[in-house]
Design a binder for this molecule. Sequence first.
Ligand code: HEM
Length: 405
Amino acid sequence: MTSTTSALHTSDIDLFSDEVLANPYPHYRRLRDLGPLVELPRYGVVALARYEQARAALEDWQTFSSADGVGLNDILNEAWQGTIIASDPPYHGQLRSVLSERLAPRALRAMKPDITERSAAHVDALVARGSFDAVVDLARAVPISIVLDLLGFPEEGRDRLLEWAEGSFNVCGPENRRMRDALPVMQDLFEWLTTTCTPDRMVPGGFATTIHEAAERGDIPAEAVVPLMAGYAIPAMDTTISALGSAMKLFAENPDQWDAVRADPSLVPGAFNEVLRIESPVQVFARVTHRTYSTDGGSIPPGTRVVVLYGSANRDERRYPDPDRFDVRRDNVDHLAFGLGPHMCPGQGLARLEAHAILEALAARVERWELTGAPQRKLGNTTRSLDSLPVTVRRAPDLSRPVRN
Ligand code: HEM
């Protein structure tokens, strides 16, 4: 990082230590209290932990560029060069337009009946069992079954996609053990995309075929194909899985909030936003300043790597009163869990479709959640997720419609 133009507060916090990753929220609060820009000398970055500055960075790509990489180490930033997430307009727009129609409201409307039906059937089977692992059997199983078909990659290797995606998110962090362990996993993903995911082996009609076709038409350069496939393969599952796992944990821990959703299922979209706000699946991505950024309480020069702390911004008490309280009726539509600006998540409509279908199916069938074992967290350099959440559910007395209080 280049030297700062004005003295900033500093913190020696290790945002990526096991202790902080297990519960980052008190540490985020300390960073927010220190100031709007906090230097983390350990990583040579400036942290944007407050809502206002995180939002400003996401919206202003000319000051906060993604083209120098969104990770915290050179290996990742090099490997992801030319991916959709690590590029700026206008090239970014060229990449983004390839799949924009596939994820637009019209396409989502066409997918809705199938996703609703699959979710209901899956939830029915689990509720009949009574006890299950809400992460393994539900949060993972449903998005995997939906998204793998949509991406349309060849059968061979598909079963490793989730592992590859999780590894790739870990490579985004600083060069710690978690990052080094995951490096070969990410390399396997790129190798598979290059050697196995050739046009002749794709499932017709899948996203991957659409990407190859765009290159054949000359809409994108041939060398953009593999980075673009990676750009969708990596975030399409893990993030949604994280959100669904958190949703079920939060509802098990807050039965009054579950009662509210069951009594009024129109609260489901707001409840899902609240899950994303309070347990943001993506916790951190980086930017590099291309011009001076000044805000109340400090300024940073061009060439500064900053980390946008989505999970902290979404719990900023300056924006959300009593931010640690899970409240499905909260005014939360402006949360940053899907990002903002040019890189705002293009898959958010699909993620919402999946999550709403599952939560609505559950609200109609489950009266009460009970945790039957300790939730197991999976510590990651970028995403916040659970590995296991053993639950028992009490069936709603009348399965044909939600119980109204
Ligand atoms: C709850 C689920 C999800 C969450 C919380 C989430 C979160 C995010 C965030 C925060 C970003 C912005 C990164 C930045 O600021 O640099 C992003 C970008 C992206 N997401 Fe998602 N995502 C989710 C689901 C999905 C799904 C289902 C897909 C694919 C169908 C997807 C594909 C992408 C892609 C391709 C980008 C890069 C966009 C760009 O750089 O223009 N995401 N996501």
